[in-house]
Design a protein around this ligand. Sequence first.
Ligand SMILES: Cc1cc2nc3c(=O)[nH]c(=O)nc-3n(C[C@H](O)[C@H](O)[C@H](O)COP(=O)(O)O)c2cc1C
Length: 168
Amino acid sequence: MIFAMEHEITGRQLLWETIQQTENYPIFRLTYVSCAVELLTEADLDDIESKSLVANDARDVTGLLIVNGRRILQILEGRESAVLELYEKIRKDPRHVIAKLVSTVEDEGRMLLTWNMVVRDVNSIPADVLRQHNELYDELLNAKEPRIITVDDVDFLKSVALFSALPA
Ligand SMILES: Cc1cc2nc3c(=O)[nH]c(=O)nc-3n(C[C@H](O)[C@H](O)[C@H](O)COP(=O)(O)O)c2cc1C
């Protein structure tokens, strides 16, 4: 047990440490929160997930999408033109209404290296983690100034994604 504790940091770093991956172009990171018009069905989620995997990969756009009931949070990162083009498409999707464009920033590297993290089932997420996630959603929604997504935010969102991947 002590052994495990001693190695906790290393394990966490290996699994989770957000390594900023640089490209030969600046990384544009866009974050928005939206509200589903009606609860997204399994078919909607399958459609979004399969289209995103192909379309985002083709544009070298990585990121994360968390669907928690009607609360939706998405981070998209890549070339500015590719991210904005994709966002224009997503923004017009009648299944949701953008509640707030939280921030757009230029960064040296990616914080999300893949497009594998679509969280669509929050049932296996522990109540306190879900509560923290709802608090973050509300904070982003109500921010008066552009709210820059930090490495800590990304680490937290990744842990939400990890829990959702576990059996309930
Ligand atoms: C919350 C939400 C997030 C979405 N995210 C993406 C995305 O990251 N990439 C993508 O290609 N489509 C995404 N979509 C789907 C697009 O809005 C749209 O349905 C799709 O790009 C249409 O593809 P098509 O023009 O090939 O039919 C999302 C839709 C919703 C409601």
